[in-house]
Design a protein around this ligand. Structure first.
Ligand code: 3PG
Length: 383
C-alpha cells in the first residue's frame, strides 16, 4: 500500500477523504479526536505544498445528525486552516478547486448530500466532476473504508495512497489480532449490529450500551420504555444472538441508570419493565464487569456503556475505562468512545491505542475485507 512517502506532492491537486463524522448534541457537532488526527495528514500535505481538497460526511440521510460540514470546518480550523465551500460538485465547488493555490485547503460540503455517493455506477457524477480536477487521491478515512461508497472507492483514474491516520489505524489493529489470554471484549455503543459480528469463542464478552439491551431482549427480558426505543431504531429480539449468548456465556447488564424527571436513578433488572428509557449501565453491572476487566491481559472496548453526551450517564463508561489495567494491551474504538474519553478527562496514553473507528474497526477485526483498504492495496476502483 502506498503512503504519503511515495509521492511528490508539490503543486499537485490532492483529493483527501477524511472522516469528520462526530456526535451531535442539540444540533451542535462535538469536537472529536478525528479533527486532531486528520489535521496532521492535512498539515503534512500543506507543508509539502500540495493543493488540497477535502471530502467528508456527517450522519446518514434522514437521520437527525445529517448536517452540513460548516460547523466541522470551524472545528477543523482549530488545528489546520481550511476554507469551507458549501457545495461539493456544483459550479461553486469546481471554481474554488480550479483557483486553489498550493499550500491551501478546501473542505467541501457533506458528500452524503449527493445521491451518487451511494450509487457506484459508470455515470457517477461525483467521479465525473471531481476526478479530472485531481492528480492524487488520499484515503485517510479508515473508519469509513468498510463502506462501498463513491468517495471511498470511486476514483479509479487517480493515483492513490493511504494518509497517516489510515496507516496508524491499520498498524494498531494488527496488534490486537495477536492477543494474550485472558482477552476481554467490552461491546457497547449505539450500533448493536456491529457488536454481534465480533462475538466469538476464546474471548470473554461483556455487553453494554444498546448491545447489552438487545442481548437482554433476545434472552426474553422485558425492558418497557427501552423496548419501544429499540423497536423505533429497528432492534428486535434476535434468535441468532440468543444462541450466541448461551454458547459463549456473554455477560449482560444486571442494572441500569434511567432518567426520572431529568435525574439519574439506578434500577435493578429485576424491577423491569419500567416506562423510563435506559441511559447507562448501573453500579452492580459495573462492579461485576470491573472484576473481569482487572484480570485481563488484552482488552478491546467498542463504544460507550451509556449515553455519555449527558454527564450523569457517563458513570458506567468512566468506571470501566478506569478499570482497564495499564499492563494489559488495550485497544479502544468507536468514534463516540474516543469523544467520551476526552470529555471524561482520561489520558489516552493509559491505553494501548484509541482508534477513531467504529464499524470499520469491527469489520476488520471480524476478518472482513474493507473495500477502501483493498482498493489502496490494488490501486483499482470499486466502479
Ligand atoms: C463512523 O463514524 O463510524 C464513520 O463515519 C462511518 O459512519 P457510517 O456508519 O454512517 O457509515
Amino acid at each position: 500500500m502506498k503512503t504519503l512517502d511515495d509521492f511528490d506532492f508539490k503543486n499537485k491537486k490532492v483529493l483527501v477523504r477524511i472522516d469528520l463524522n462526530s456526535p451531535v448534541v442539540k444540533g451542535r457537532v462535538k469536537l472529536s479526536g478525528k479533527f486532531i488526527e486528520h489535521a496532521k495528514t492535512l498539515r503534512e500535505l500543506r507543508n509539502k505544498k500540495a493543493k488540497i481538497v477535502v471530502l467528508a460526511h456527517q450522519g446518514r440521510p434522514k437521520e437527525e445528525d445529517f448536517l452540513s460540514l460548516k460547523q466541522h470546518a470551524r472545528l477543523l480550523n482549530k488545528f489546520v486552516k481550511v476554507k469551507f465551500v458549501n457545495d461539493t460538485i456544483g459550479r461553486k465547488a469546481v471554481n474554488e478547486i480550479k483557483k486553489l493555490k498550493k499550500g491551501k485547503i478546501l473542505l467541501l460540503e457533506n458528500v452524503r448530500y449527493l445521491k451518487d455517493e451511494f450509487k457506484l455506477n459508470k455515470k457517477n457524477k461525483i467521479v465525473k466532476v471531481l476526478e479530472p480536477l485531481f492528480d492524487i487521491f488520499v484515503n485517510d478515512a479508515f473508519s469509513v473504508s468498510h463502506r462501498n461508497q463513491t468517495s471511498i472507492v470511486g476514483f479509479k483514474n487517480l493515483k492513490k495512497c493511504a494518509g497517516r491516520v489510515m496507516e496508524q489505524e491499520l498498524k494498531n489493529l494488527e496488534k490486537i489480532k495477536k492477543f494474550k489470554k485472558p482477552c476481554v471484549y467490552i461491546l457497547g455503543g449505539a450500533k448493536p449490529e456491529d457488536d454481534i459480528k465480533l462475538v466469538k469463542g476464546n474471548v470473554k464478552i461483556l455487553s453494554c450500551g444498546l448491545f447489552g439491551q438487545v442481548c437482554l431482549i433476545s434472552s426474553r427480558y422485558k425492558l418497557g420504555g427501552q423496548n419501544k426505543y429499540l423497536l423505533k431504531k429497528g432492534y428486535r429480539a434476535n434468535s441468532k444472538l440468543a444462541k450466541l449468548i448461551k454458547k459463549y456465556k456473554i455477560e449482560m447488564p444486571i442494572d441500569f441508570g434511567v432518567k426520572i424527571k431529568g435525574r439519574r436513578k439506578d434500577k435493578m433488572l429485576n424491577n423491569f419493565p419500567v416506562k423510563e428509557e435506559i441511559f447507562d449501565i448501573g453500579p452492580e453491572t459495573v462492579e461485576k464487569y470491573v472484576k473481569i476487566i482487572k484480570k485481563a491481559k488484552t482488552i478491546f472496548m467498542k463504544g460507550t456503556a451509556g449515553y455519555c453526551e449527558e454527564r450523569q450517564f457517563r458513570r458506567g463508561t468512566r468506571k470501566i475505562l478506569r478499570a482497564i489495567p495499564k499492563n494489559a494491551y488495550s485497544l479502544l474504538g468507536g468514534g463516540h468512545l474516543s469523544s467520551a474519553i476526552k470529555s471524561l478527562g482520561i489520558k489516552k496514553s493509559k491505553f494501548g491505542y484509541v482508534s477513531l473507528s467504529g464499524g470499520a474497526l469491527i469489520a476488520y477485526l471480524a476478518g472482513e475485507k474493507l473495500p477502501g483498504v483493498e482498493i489502496l492495496k490494488s490501486g483499482k476502483s470499486g466502479i
